[in-house]
Each structure stands twice: as C-alpha cells, then as structure tokens.
Design a protein around this ligand. Structure first.
Ligand SMILES: *Cc1c(COP(=O)(O)O)cnc(C)c1O
Length: 430
C-alpha cells in the first residue's frame, strides 16, 4: 500500500499539531504505523491522499450513520449555507430537530443544544448538582464521557473510589467528588450510596459501554442503577452520545425500557457536524438559564448547518425499516467475523449491540474494564494493520466501537468478512 503522501503530511502536521492530530487516538499509537490522511469520503468508503480506498467502520467515531457525503445531507447543507452559517439568534431549525429527537426519545421533555458531547455531559452534571444541591458523582471504569476535568478519572483497582485524576493538569480537588465503580457492578454502586447517602448528585453511565470497546449492560445493571438513584434522591444520567440511534432508534433507554432523569446526546444528532445536547425531565431542565439559575451558553449552539445535518439524518432514520435493516446487516457482519475467528482458531469475542460492535482478542467474556483490559492488544494491532492493508479501516484501538452505516451493503460486508479471513490467516495467532 502506497502511503508516501500521508507520510509527508504527517511530518508537516507534527510540526504544528501535537502528535500531528487534533484528537489523540487518530495518531494510530495504539496499533503501530502512521495515520492516513483522508482526502474524501463517499458512502461506506474513505479515500486517503495516496488514492487508497477503505471500507470505513469508524464513520467519524459514530456520527455518520448514513455514510459519508449522503446526497440528502450534502444538498440540504449547501442550501442552508446560502442562507447564512450562524445567526446567534434562535432559528426554526432548533425546534425542528428538538421535536424530532423527542419523537424518538419521549423521555426528553426539554433539551438544550451544545456543540459537543463533552459540553453535554459536563453541563448535565452541573445541572444534576444544581438540582440536587449535592456534589458527588458516580461514573464507571472504562466509560468515557468527554474530557471535562471532573470526568478524567479512570482509577485502577487500587484507587477505585478515591477519584484520582489520570491526566496531569487536572487538580485533585476537581475530581475529589468523582466516585468510580466497575461497569456492570450494581453492588459497588450500592456500597457508594451506603457510604454517601446524601452526597451523590448523579450516576452517569454509558448504558451500553462503547468507549472500552462495546460492552453490553448485564440484565440487572441498568434497572439496579435506576432503583438506587431513585431511592437515594440522586439523578440517573444516560450518556447516549454514542448509543443514541446506534443501539436502537430510541437509544438504550428505549431498548432496555429504563427512564433516565437526564440524557446526553451528540454524534448522530449532528449528522457529521459538531453538535451535542442534554435534556430530560422538565422540572430539572427548568433550572437552565434563562428560565432558571444554572448558567450555560454557547456562541455557535443551535448552529443552522449543524441542525440541518441532524434533521436530515433523523428524518432518514424515520423511514420504515431503515434502522432494522441496518441492524440486520450489523448482525451479519458480526456473525461473519466470529466465524472467521473461529476458523482461524483465534481466541476472540465479538460483542455487538444494534449497530455497534467490537472484536476483542480475549479468551473470556468482556463485561467490564478489567476484562477488556486483559485483551491481547498486540494481536489487535496486527489484525488492524492486516485489515488496513486489505482495504478495511477499523478503529485504531482495541478499546473502541466499530459502526455500520446505511451505505454499507452486502458487497462491503462480504468483502470485509473475506478480508478478515485473510488478515487472521496472516497474523501470528498463537
Ligand atoms: C464521544 C463521546 C463523548 C464526547 O463527545 P465529543 O463530541 O467527542 O466531545 C461523550 N460521551 C460518550 C459516550 C461518547 O462516546
């Protein structure tokens, strides 16, 4: 595979951009090799600056559920741009997208648009603290909620509940109120509530974890969190930035029939443009300024181009059978990948919920961060590189979700499974 143009650009980029990238995992550090610079995307495919073509399972890390440059979105954006790119004043588009979101997720009685998932979760937690007049929050090991200071806590087993920051620059005081529990462990959360019965403002969770690779919730996990938060007067926040329109049309809250107090959104609702949102119970949302005292603002929030891309994306997903056929194809892909691993005698576990999936190089079920962490990341790196050579672009880390778009047809899926067979045969699987 020719990569000379990417290599030249990477050298130039590293002079100006730390690591040559604007988001760390793009740098391919976890898998070896150098990042490819992308010239364009079309449907299920990415084209790099050397003219290589890849079936794309990253899809901008989830947002592009209709694939790259979907004609409906491109046309709507071009049209919207002629009417102006930002108003700094309300426009009808914000209401339209809010109403669409509410049709899919009726638990969202009111919402506020922001510009990223990070902003959404950060503000939802501020709101939960304002509403409950409490300070502590509970998050789970291996769950990612954006890069706000108070959430940059992963905590290894030894410091599981101490809330030590895992990035320099985060003052310990900022994370002192962040409690951490293992994913899928209701008892650990019960113990935290037992210890701090009147101090926990909220439990925030990826209802299907995607940021340690895809890890579904155990049957008792989400109902357990709902019951505990309710009985202790804390709020339950579903971070559906990734799972929204990915595990089900109505998100994980519809799939598992759990009503969170607040929901955070991003990714798909922006259709590839920068958007986030937080919303939920009306009585809580009425604390948000200017109705209430909790301050939050944004120069570009509700941006007309971003709203347009979101509206067109959700309207497309409203078409009957659209989401269902996407899930059917995701299931077909995952079955093919599992069979390929089995035939190659590679120990692998493929987790999937809806249109999100991860191939873990593990020899036991992956149910939380501890089991995800025990995967053979070297083998994953070899698999990643072997797939790239064969025209398949996977997320460059073992601990990420893969995504499907409506542009991925049978031809792309069959080619991917065949590439996986050859890739697995080419790597040392011992
Ligand atoms: C991607 C993601 C975020 C952060 O969103 P950004 O738009 O990258 O700031 C937050 N929570 C979850 C679950 C995510 O997957």
């Amino acid at each position: 595979m020719k990569t000379t143009n990417s290599q030249q650009l990477f050298s130039r980029a590293q002079q100006l951009l730390p690591g040559g990238v604007d988001s760390p995992v793009r740098a391919f550090r976890a898998v070896g090799g150098q990042p490819l610079f992308i010239a364009r995307g079309a449907g299920a495919y990415l084209y790099d600056v050397d003219g290589n073509r890849f079936v794309d399972y990253v899809l901008s890390w989830g947002p592009l559920i209709l694939g790259h440059a979907h004609p409906r979105i491109v046309a709507a954006l071009a049209d919207a741009a002629t009417r102006g790119t930002s108003f700094g004043a309300p426009s009808p588009l914000e209401i339209e997208l809010a109403e669409l979101i509410q049709q899919f997720m009726p638990n969202i009685e009111m919402l506020r648009f922001v510009n990223s998932g990070t902003e959404a979760t950060m503000t939802a937690l501020r709101l939960a603290r304002a509403f409950t007049a409490r300070n502590k929050i509970v998050k789970f090991e291996g769950c990612y909620h954006g890069h706000a200071d108070m959430l940059l806590v992963q905590a290894g087993s030894g410091v599981a509940t101490l809330g030590l920051p895992n990035s320099p620059g985060v003052p310990p005081a900022t994370t002192a109120d962040t409690l951490v529990a293992p994913f899928n462990d209701v008892n650990a959360v019960a113990q935290l509530f037992d210890k701090y019965p009147r101090d926990i403002a909220a439990v925030i969770v990826e209802p299907v974890a995607g940021n340690m690779g895809v890890v579904p919730p155990a049957p008792e996990f989400l109902p357990g969190l709902r019951a505990l938060t309710q009985s202790y007067g804390a709020l339950l926040i579903f971070d559906e930035v990734m799972t929204g329109w990915r595990v089900h049309r109505g998100g994980a809250q519809t799939l598992y029939n759990i009503k969170p107090d607040l929901t955070t959104l991003g990714k798909v609702i922006g259709g590839g443009l920068p958007v986030g949102a937080y919303g939920g119970r009306r009585d809580i949302m009425q604390l948000v300024a200017p109705v209430g005292p909790m301050y939050q603002a944004g120069t570009l929030s509700g941006n007309p181009l971003a709203m347009t891309a979101g509206i067109e994306t959700l309207k497309e997903l409203q078409k009957s059978g659209m989401f269902e056929s996407l899930v059917t194809r995701a299931a077909k892909l995952v079955a093919g990948l599992s069979a390929a691993a089995e035939d190659a005698r590679v120990r692998a576990v493929v987790n999937r919920v809806g249109t999100m999936f991860t191939t873990f190089f593990a020899d036991r079920a992956v149910t939380n961060w501890a089991s995800a962490k025990s995967c053979d990341t070297k083998k994953f790196g070899a698999f990643f590189r072997a797939m790239l050579e064969r025209g398949v672009y996977l997320a460059p880390s073992q601990f990420e979700a893969g995504f499907l778009s409506t542009a991925h047809g049978d031809a792309e899926i069959d080619a991917t499974i065949e590439a996986a067979r050859r890739a697995l045969a080419s790597i040392d699987v011992s």
